[in-house]
Each structure stands twice: as structure tokens, then as C-alpha cells.
Design a protein around this ligand. Structure first.
Ligand SMILES: *Cc1c(COP(=O)(O)O)cnc(C)c1O
Length: 356
């Protein structure tokens, strides 16, 4: 078996893999309805959210949740501010451009820390939402949502958060940070399979969801209305939902997001220590990185392709940098059923490759 150190899809636990082979059911029957309702409740439980919140399930990858969130929440006459400091922030802007939303960007180079002074200058009564990535998987930087929320509070501007690679492993304070909606997916920190994505929305905005019909498939208003009465507008990926349901049970039994964060941190610390001792530098210091993923600079004289291929031969899949970063760095993610033993073997394997 390959150990996946890419940021999703992830190695499944045995119980999640077994759940995939659940019974054949029709998405218009009560069995499906119960499965869907159960998952929606368990997703809210991850961050102890009450009935003022709703989890909306979509069949698609994480990007479908990002696109559904922006196109359903932002009104025809509303302007949003999109913060960019990596490929995923720039993806938010592309979605906004494609759908003709009115938006402004606060751009940073990939990996840069978000400049809250510049943010404060751009905010005003004319900005309806700030859209921001929580964990920018491009580099591993964990954007400081608390600091952004503190600036946004001056104007009462709510946040639209891409939590695709942080939901389930990092702290997300939905109420304190004035989050209107947060996009997530089954196959990252929740350890299920690709196929089901979701948006957690504050029900205060449910009327807006209905009003903003920009796409047929991704309109969250349609989903919310039907899911609240046990239905679904379109066929959902039933097997993916079996896996997610089981993964959420396992997640709760293992101790929730706090425990998942601890587990990622423990393994990441082993890798960080091991690689830095070999002279491999991290792109971003551990305290500004997520617990989920770290970017490391390629050691001089070793190409990504060589490192990747040798590691793959030894049973590990690492992840390349995006865009120009492909030439200079590699990424290591801790998502999925990966053990401390795997982390130790990974460090050994990198050592063997480096010493040739
Ligand atoms: C993985 C990821 C996505 C979604 O990517 P998909 O390929 O559509 O699953 C979105 N945002 C972030 C921050 C991600 O890490």
C-alpha cells in the first residue's frame, strides 16, 4: 500500500473502506434521507454548531463547494473582497470573474502573510463579504482568520471561508469570526473519499441563497430547502456518503478536531525535525504553518522528479509545488490514516535518497 502524503485524497482506515460497500439504496427512499440527515448533523457537531447553522451536502470536489458558496451568497448588487496569497485564493477570484461577481482583490505573493493593515484600508461599507482561504494549501500557510475577523469587525463584514483543507483539523470559530459560510470536503481532514463536498452556512443568510440563482446545480438555496425536508435536488454519491458517515463517527470517537490536530502535529514535528536535521529547509516556520501540510525547499542538486520517484518506489507519495514553486519545493501532508511509524519511515527514506 502507498502512503499518501499529498493533501487529499487520503489513505482510508479499514472501517471507512468497508463502509463503501454498504447496501444499494435509492436516493428517494427513507434510508438515504436518514443517511443524509445524519451526516448534516455530524458535520455541525464537528465545531459544536447549533440550529442557527446548516450543513449543505453537494456531490462534487472541494472546488464545487467554493463555487457554490460564492455564487449563492453574493447578491447581484453586492461587492466582495477576495484575499489572495496562493493558488486557492486566486481560484476564488477566477470563480468570481467567471460568474460576473463584483469583486476586488487583496493580492499577495504566494506564501506571504496576509497584510491586515492593507486589508483595513480596503474595507468599507461597500464590501458585503471578505472571501479568504483558511489553510492555503499552496504553501501550507495557515491564514490568521482571527486577525482578519478583528479587522472586519469594524464594519461588521462577514467572512466566506474556504476551509477545504482545514475543516476537521484546525480551530474554526464560526460565531466569533462572523463566518457567513465555510466550504469543506469529505476527502481531506475528515478522512473520507472524494465525491462529497459541503458548505456550512449561517441560516441568517438562507433567504439570500434563494435569491441568487446563478447556477442550477450549485445553488445552495435549492439544496438547503430540499435537504431540510429530507430530500435532495439531484442524485448524490451514495457510496461517498457512506464513507463520510463512517469517517465522521470515527472522527468523533478519536476525539474530534482537537485530537486530529494533535495527531497531525505529532507526525509533522517528527518529519520537520528529521528533514531539518538533514539540512532541508521549510518554506514557512512551523508556527505559521497549518498542522496539515508543510512545504520544504528541495535540497540542492536533487530534482523534484528524482525525489518523488525514489520515494514512490519506497511507498510514499509526496506532492509537487504548484506553478513556479514546482521547481523549488515539495509538499508533505499529514491527512489520512498515516501513523507515526509511517512518518519515521518517511524520514529514513528521505535520508537514504539524500545521502545517495
Ligand atoms: C484541495 C483544496 C480545494 C479543492 O480542490 P478540489 O481538487 O476541487 O478538491 C480547495 N481549496 C483548498 C484550500 C484546497 O486545499
Amino acid at each position: 500500500m502507498q502512503i499518501l502524503l499529498n493533501p487529499g485524497p487520503v489513505n482510508l482506515s479499514d472501517r471507512v473502506r468497508k463502509a463503501l460497500a454498504g447496501p444499494d439504496i435509492c436516493h428517494r427512499e427513507v434510508e438515504f434521507s436518514e443517511l443524509q440527515t445524519g451526516i448534516r448533523e455530524k458535520l455541525l457537531d464537528v465545531y459544536s454548531l447549533d440550529e442557527h447553522w446548516a450543513a449543505i451536502l453537494l456531490t462534487g470536489s472541494g472546488t464545487s463547494a467554493m463555487e457554490a458558496m460564492l455564487t449563492s451568497l453574493v447578491g447581484a448588487n453586492e461587492k466582495i473582497l477576495i484575499i489572495e496569497n496562493g493558488a486557492y485564493g486566486e481560484r476564488l477570484s477566477r470563480i468570481a470573474a467567471i460568474h460576473g461577481l463584483t469583486y476586488q482583490t487583496l493580492h499577495h505573493e504566494w506564501g506571504e502573510k496576509i497584510d491586515t493593515d492593507r486589508l483595513a484600508k480596503l474595507l468599507g461599507d461597500d464590501i458585503a463579504y471578505i472571501a479568504v482561504i483558511h489553510h492555503e494549501t499552496t504553501t501550507g500557510r495557515l491564514n490568521d482568520l482571527a486577525a482578519i475577523a478583528a479587522v472586519a469587525r469594524v464594519y461588521g463584514t462577514p467572512l466566506l471561508v474556504d476551509g477545504v483543507s482545514s475543516f476537521g483539523a484546525e480551530e474554526i470559530r464560526f460565531e466569533d469570526w462572523n463566518i457567513a459560510a465555510c466550504a469543506g470536503t469529505a476527502n481531506k481532514c475528515l478522512h473520507a473519499i472524494p465525491g462529497t463536498a459541503f458548505v456550512i452556512v449561517n441560516r441568517r443568510y438562507s433567504k439570500d441563497l434563494d435569491a441568487n440563482q446563478r447556477t442550477l446545480y450549485l445553488n445552495l438555496g435549492t439544496y438547503l430547502q430540499q435537504q431540510d425536508s429530507g430530500g435532495t435536488p439531484f442524485t448524490q454519491s451514495v457510496q461517498s456518503m457512506y464513507a463520510l458517515n463512517e469517517a465522521l463517527d470515527e472522527f468523533r470517537e478519536q476525539g474530534g478536531w482537537q485530537q486530529r490536530r494533535e495527531s497531525y502535529r505529532e507526525k509533522m514535528a517528527m518529519i520537520y525535525r528529521g528533514l531539518t536535521e538533514m539540512g532541508i529547509q521549510a518554506l514557512i516556520t512551523a508556527d505559521e504553518s497549518s498542522c496539515v501540510l508543510q512545504s520544504f525547499l528541495l535540497p540542492t542538486g536533487i530534482s523534484y522528479q528524482h525525489l518523488h520517484d525514489e520515494l514512490k518506489r519506497m511507498g510514499f507519495v509526496i506532492y509537487a509545488g504548484q506553478g513556479d514553486l514546482a521547481k523549488t519545493l515539495f509538499r508533505v501532508s499529514m491527512m489520512g490514516a498515516v501513523t507515526t511509524g509511517d512518518a519515521a519511515r518517511f524520514v529514513d527514506s528521505v535520508g537514504k535518497i539524500i545521502t545517495g
